[in-house]
Design a protein around this ligand. Sequence first.
Ligand code: NOJ
Ligand code: CA
Length: 600
Amino acid sequence: MNLYRAALALIVAPSLLLAVSYAQTATPPQPSAHNAIVNGYQSQWWKEAVVYQVYPRSFKDSNGDGIGDLPGITSKLDYLQKLGVKVIWLSPHFDSPNADNGYDIRDYRKVMTEFGTMADCDALLAGIKQRHMRLIVDLVVNHSSDEHKWFVESRSSKDSPYRDYYIWRPGKPNPASPTGFDPPNNYPSFFSGSAWQYDPGTKEYYLHYFAVKQPDLNWDNPKVRAEVFDLMKFWLDKGVDGFRMDVIPLISKRAGLPDLTPEELKNVSKAYANGPHMHEYLQEMNRNVMAKYDVMTVGEALGISLQQTPSIVDDRRHELNMIFNFDAIRINREGRQWKSWTLPEFKAIYAEHASKLDVQSWDTVFLSNHDNPRLVSSFGDDSPAFRVASAKLLATMLLSLRGTPFIYQGDELGMTNYPFKAIGDFDDIEAKNAYKADVLTGKVSEQAYLANLRHMSRDNARTPMQWDGSANGGFTTGPKAWLAVNPNYKEINAKEELADPDSIYNYYRRMIALREHTPALIYGDYKDIEPQNTKIFAYLRILGQEKYLVILNLSSDPVSYSLLGGLKARAIVISNLPTAEKELSNLKLRAWEARVYKLE
Ligand code: NOJ
Ligand code: CA
């Protein structure tokens, strides 16, 4: 058996191979026993898996208090298994006062009370393993909550042994300021205002890149690093399979914390990311933690450019397996302002990725998450005429582009943005703080602010999952969900979609299965064959003799279109609208039509 066929066998029939290795060696197989090279890539389970993100607060409430919880997730594992996803990424489930919905952790070893108990967490993990899926959890260690015991200690006195767990600086004396000081430098917070908070107890400022209740940890302190590595091991020893790492490029701060220049202030993420010791700390983490387990890591790479990406994910560097690069998902905004974009610009991003990331640097594909609006509302057309077709087209694209795909909860149902009307409809601290900073000060009109927020608000993605047509979309049996359910739940819900073979959910299922069984869609080369077309996205995925053509009409218009280059279809593998067209030289694509062809 040559290497390529061996790899195929491993991808198509892993259970068979595991059975063989058990019989022959009588020792358990290595978790990632298949170390074949496919098309130059080292094969890995996390390259072949489709990941599904669960935002626990909004997934499923099991006890009627209106807040999603861990038993709720456990009750829906069959739904996820049926979908075909192999890894679940759980947004933070740790003890937290919820200033930023769990991204402010008070105790890294405790489950958030509203979400359940450690026993519920163990049951969730066992249910996931039983179904041959894996779990990654969110590692939020650029900052903790100000209610974490380290910070409570740290702020208590300048002499506390925990003082240096965080970043404290004296202010600049200013008799005119109410505290007598100005902040130590001009760093802004991502959630509006200064990144420094004055603490009257010890008359110094602490640094918080995000909310006031999210003080940044001091990674230059080796004790902090040791604490983080320990808590990672705590979860890995429980059996979790890795981490999504929150804003991980921000952990190393610039020496001396100099003011940002006016130019740097225009792109704060870039200025805060990639600090002098970032690689050193990630390598230390890898040596101390990841190298000892079979895990996957994906870093939220705020501020990291595509050019810098290999310096974190190249597998010879032993840092992270993958990162989320935001070029594609944020093509529709400038800072916080919604903006238009063109398809050639969008396609150029994927072409660039394919040219800059070689076989050593694995990519991710995602266009939504808990920090961004709904997939179909931002990248498709959520009007009644095209919602279903465009959601299926986006599924085709996400699951056939190059890299590990990440699906955000509810996108498999084609859930849409919420019809927000007033600032009171929002929960998100980012939106509320910016309202205070921009609208209440008269810098931006209320109307303009809300019009923009409707497009880009993080709360669009955080409204509860729509499980069925009953009150509150079946998310809770209680009278009220923590955030309003989208009023379209009677039409858009899981129960309807499970029963309809032609639903978005069932299309995702088919597309996930197709990717799982088609090595070319995982390890194949990527080639955009129509980079300039403003409506059509057409690309090849090629692995040896296996060639696939993906054609997507990303517009609400029908498009007649001829493919050049003598490509010949052997079969249509999947399409989102019924079609019999096989002749590639004269295609008639309807609005939002998506097809995958196998080529001769
Ligand atoms: C990124 C997370 O995805 C977001 O939800 C959070 O607000 C910030 N990091 C701060 O932790
Ligand atoms: Ca609950």
